[in-house]
Design a protein around this ligand. Structure first.
Ligand code: FPP
Length: 240
């Protein structure tokens, strides 16, 4: 366990997939799957906070999710409000700072207002940063960064890997060490394309609503067993 803790990721990013299938398998509406998914969010945030994970990023709504039926989108946004109302006081108490990755302006007004309020209320949190990717797309994030350079009349030499990273929504935060995707699919789906260049990928068939403490610990154990070489040889790593 000591070794496992030594190799704990600093930043975990999660694609919370499978809410719909979880619900359908139980003869429930998809919204029931999202509700169960919100409970899993609570469990995983609490566990990560307890373990000392410093950054957690959850894909809550992609820019492509606008293509879903209106009723499902509105159920998701209601859940978000409910989640904020319930969790923000607790987050404040536990030192968890909430951040939004994505185009906040494109969200409905009540959610935008609640998110701004939640970010303001929790911004002093130093124990953990919880990033909610909302109305987020990795390509759009890169386009936004490039436009920022152009707007500021940057010279070609001003554009570096570091200065580009500083124009992403994750500015100032380390890249994810571990990317988890639930429910069997094995793709990135436009998630943190720049930031996940060296992330370890972990895929599990477990649908998001069933992803709990045991499943998180399993993912962490697999991560601890991985050898991260960042382009170097194993021999170069071993002499360190
Ligand atoms: C993917 O499952 C999940 C989403 C599109 C949304 C994630 C939302 C939650 C976990 C609940 C709300 C979150 C917060 C932070 C309150 P899917 O619907 O694509 O599942 P499927 O692939 O089985 O259809």
């Amino acid at each position: 366990m000591t070794e496992e803790l030594e190799k704990l990721p600093t930043h975990i990013a999660i694609i919370m997939d499978g809410n719909g299938r979880w619900a359908q398998a139980r003869g429930l509406p998809r919204s029931a799957g999202h509700r169960a998914g919100a409970e899993a969010v609570r469990t995983v945030v609490t566990e990560c906070r307890g373990l000392g994970i410093r950054h957690l990023t959850l894909y809550a709504f992609s820019s492509e999710n606008w293509n879903r039926p209106k009723s499902e989108i509105s159920a998701l946004f209601s859940l978000l409000l409910e989640f904020l109302r319930r969790e923000v006081p607790l987050m404040e108490e536990k030192g968890i700072a909430l951040k939004v990755l994505g185009d906040l302006e494109g969200l409905p007004l009540p959610q935008r207002t609640a998110l701004r309020h939640a970010m303001g209320r929790t911004e002093a949190g130093r124990e953990m940063t919880l990033n909610l990717a909302l109305n987020y797309g990795g390509r759009a994030e890169l386009v936004r960064a490039v436009r920022g350079f152009l707007r500021d009349n940057a010279r070609p030499e001003d554009v570096t890997e570091e200065s580009l990273a500083q124009r992403l929504y994750t500015a100032g935060q380390p890249d994810p060490d571990l990317l988890i995707r639930t429910s069997g699919e094995q793709r990135l789906s436009n998630y943190l394309l720049y930031q996940c260049a060296y992330s370890e990928l972990y895929f599990t068939p477990v649908p998001w609503p069933d992803f709990g403490v045991d499943q998180l610990r399993e993912a962490l154990a697999v991560y601890a067993g991985r050898s991260r070489r960042f382009g170097k040889t194993q021999e170069q790593i071993d002499v360190r």
